[in-house]
Design a binder for this molecule. Structure first.
Ligand code: ADP
Ligand code: ADP
Length: 228
């Protein structure tokens, strides 16, 4: 599903964020990306939906060679990759319903499908009764649920989450993890960068540790491995 071979990323300012990454991630896996700040976790994650391009090496996502995609093919890649951010990135003037529906309108889904599907994903994340609310009327955990609903509404094969619980308290984070685990149980591949020792050591999944732009550990049902 995701395959990286000898991937390097050097930013324009000369910083080398990734220094030879090799990894395979199969369909249906749940993978945590852990490591110190500045290790290259976000860069790794952003390669998968081509928010950054590798300087060297190859990245395959869903059988597409991400390096060779033409600009007009990038939306096709992104349809298969739902993205969840630490700061939610909801559109503040749109309701919960509209934020999620917007992702379907962008890909020109049939209007009759939109209503059913949006309510279905809002139900999955436990927010059916808040469809008419605006983002600022919701708690942080609820806003993150909306962003998860938006990420999955178009049935992506992969969901990527960069520190999705980074702005949330532990109890709220737990609820978010249950939703992500449920999405994974239904067959979607989930890749999540996190600094939460509690989450990684409780919801056991594959753990990939990155330090100085290299994978230094890759364990099935692993531990966080750093001090909290
Ligand atoms: P992490 O997510 O593990 O904190 P990042 O991938 O964000 O690590 O960063 C890896 C390195 O690349 C850091 O030294 C960071 O400062 C640098 N970096 C990240 N994004 C950019 C950018 N857009 N331009 C220049 N340097 C960057
Ligand atoms: P732009 O990139 O010009 O802001 P888009 O139409 O790509 O506009 O995105 C509109 C909204 O949907 C943005 O808030 C963006 O963060 C979100 N979005 C776009 N693609 C995805 C995705 N694959 N998963 C989750 N949210 C997405």
């Amino acid at each position: 599903m995701i395959h990286m071979k000898d991937v390097y990323k050097t930013y324009n300012n000369g910083v080398s964020a990734l220094n030879g990454i090799n990894i395979n991630i199969d369909r249906g896996e749940f993978v945590y990306i852990v490591g110190p700040s500045g290790a290259g976790k976000s860069t790794f994650i952003r390669l998968i939906f081509r928010e950054v391009k590798p300087t060297k090496g190859t990245v395959y996502v869903n059988e597409m060679n991400v390096n060779e995609l033409k600009e007009k093919q990038v939306p096709l890649l992104r349809r298969n990759v739902g993205v969840v951010y630490q700061d939610f990135k909801l559109l503040s003037k749109l309701t919960v319903y509209e934020n999620v529906a917007f992702a379907m309108e962008v890909i020109e889904s049939h209007p009759s499908l939109i209503r059913t599907r949006v309510m279905e994903v809002l139900d999955l994340v436990g927010l059916k009764n808040k469809a008419r609310f605006l983002p600022h009327e919701l708690s942080g955990g609820e806003q993150q649920r909306v962003s998860i609903a938006r990420a999955i509404v178009n049935y992506p094969k992969i969901v990527i989450a960069d520190e999705p619980t980074g702005n949330l308290d532990p109890d709220t984070s737990w609820g978010i993890m249950k939703v992500l685990q449920e999405i994974n149980d239904r067959g979607t591949t989930v890749i999540m960068a996190t600094h939460s020792k509690e989450i990684v050591n409780t919801f056991k999944n594959r753990v990939v540790a990155i330090e100085d732009g290299l994978i230094v550990r890759d364990e099935h049902r692993g531990e966080y491995g750093y001090e909290g």
